[in-house]
Design a protein around this ligand. Structure first.
Ligand code: 2U9
Length: 385
């Protein structure tokens, strides 16, 4: 048996004065360590290691205090190095260092397995009566943000929201809107047809909702449900090749006002109010004559470019203007097709793509971003209105 050196006090058969009954007990019972022989040192380290390996408790902080704390096993054993004979110091030091590394590694594992990385976090921090941590909240999709904004602006003008089916029949999507079978304008609104019934299709605009609302009003004896003042938000479909500027589905808000003696001036003022609320008081508008089968006269409305303020830039293609919607006075044929007397009533209608408004408002360059669900894109709208 190799002597380790000077033995000041011999307190038990092992030459160690600390209690090893339960090295993982939260009560630290080490007082003084005294090595007698190298063999005793190695045995002691071996026994401690076994206890650590078979440890079933997972309180990382209790383990740290017991083994690595200022009054812990590792410090206590290290402190006894001064009693080790000079010729054994090197080997004893190596063994103790190995033991220390082993204990530190075990502590790291315990921290990870208990999900507790902070030595300051102890049992009492797990107060189940405390309110839960905040969950990260998602944000509204930019299409929803813009749609809600458009709706709230028109609601202030007395428009109600109307919704309808996305799978429509030919009459509500085309024929009622002055687009009979074989009308050339149908080409621009090619869509997806339902194999089950050749009369069914995915709606190409939300105008079919207005048709349904007009039919309801027209059916009511003496057209009692008039006037109609509605906006119709919703998803629409087109058979288009997907690109930065076109998609096979997108979103619209259309509006309809039917009453007696409605004028084009009513239409202009309504839309002027809308763009001022949507884009700011400085925005200018202009109307250009256009053609739609369901309105006569028809127009397209432009606003002054939000980027250059009308000076001319790449967004407005150096014109100073950007198109935002189409509009017009409802064609008398459409009123008649829906059971409303076109001699007594008239009205205006308008339609806009929500994606287009969102692209202008938030300077988004590619339509596909709206449907790719990339959180890096969507996160940018946290808190946006
Ligand atoms: C009824 C009568 C008339 C709705 C209108 C437009 C003009 C229009 C386009 C804007 C961009 C469609 O999303 S888009 O491609 N819409 O230019 N829409 S007038 O006219 C109606 C609707 C319903 C009963």
């Amino acid at each position: 048996m190799q002597e380790l050196g000077h033995v000041p006090i011999l307190l038990n058969d092992w030459g160690f004065s600390f209690c090893l009954c339960n090295p993982l007990s939260t009560v630290n019972c080490i007082t003084i360590l005294i090595f007698v022989t190298m063999e005793q040192l190695l045995n002691q380290i071996k026994e401690l290691k076994e206890k650590i390996i078979t440890n079933v408790e997972n309180d990382a902080e209790a383990f740290r205090i017991k083994y690595l704390g200022t009054k812990g096993f590792v410090k206590a054993i290290m402190g006894e190095m001064k009693n080790v004979a000079t010729e054994n110091k090197k080997e004893a030091g190596q063994r103790l260092n190995e033991f220390k590394l082993f204990v530190e590694e075990k502590y790291e594992q315990l921290k990870l397995s208990s999900g507790n990385n902070s030595p300051l976090t102890t049992h009492h921090s797990q107060d189940l009566t405390l309110p839960a941590d905040d969950l990260p909240l998602g944000s509204r999709h930019p299409i929803s943000l813009v749609k809600n904004k458009i709706i709230s602006i028109f609601q202030r003008l007395g428009f109600a929201v109307a919704e309808g089916p996305e799978v429509e029949d030919d009459f509500h999507n085309f024929t009622a809107l002055n687009l009979p079978e074989n009308h050339p304008a149908r080409d621009m609104q090619d869509t997806f047809y339902i194999a089950q019934n050749p009369d069914w299709l995915l709606r190409t605009h939300t105008s079919s909702v207005q048709v349904r609302e007009m039919q309801k009003a027209g059916m009511k004896n003496g057209q009692g449900k008039l006037p109609i003042r509605i906006i119709c938000p919703g998803r629409v479909y087109r058979n288009e090749t997907i690109s930065a500027r076109a998609h096979c589905f997108f979103h619209q808000v259309e509006g309809l006002y039917i009453a007696e003696n409605v004028s084009f001036a009513d239409l202009k003022q309504t839309l002027y109010f809308f763009v001022q609320e949507m884009f700011g008081k400085d925005v200018k508008v202009r109307f250009r004559p256009s053609y739609f089968p369901f309105t006569e006269p028809s127009a397209e409305m432009d606003i002054s470019c939000l980027i250059c303020g009308g000076e001319g830039c790449s967004v407005c293609k150096k014109t100073g203007w950007v198109e935002i919607l189409g509009c017009g006075m409802v064609h008398p044929n459409v009123l008649d097709n829906c059971g409303i007397d076109s001699n007594k009533y008239n009205g205006f209608a308008f339609g806009m793509g929500i994606e287009r408004i969102a692209m202008l408002k938030y300077q988004i360059k590619d339509l596909r971003l709206f449907s790719e669900n990339d959180v890096r894109f969507l996160k940018q709208f946290t808190g946006a209105v």
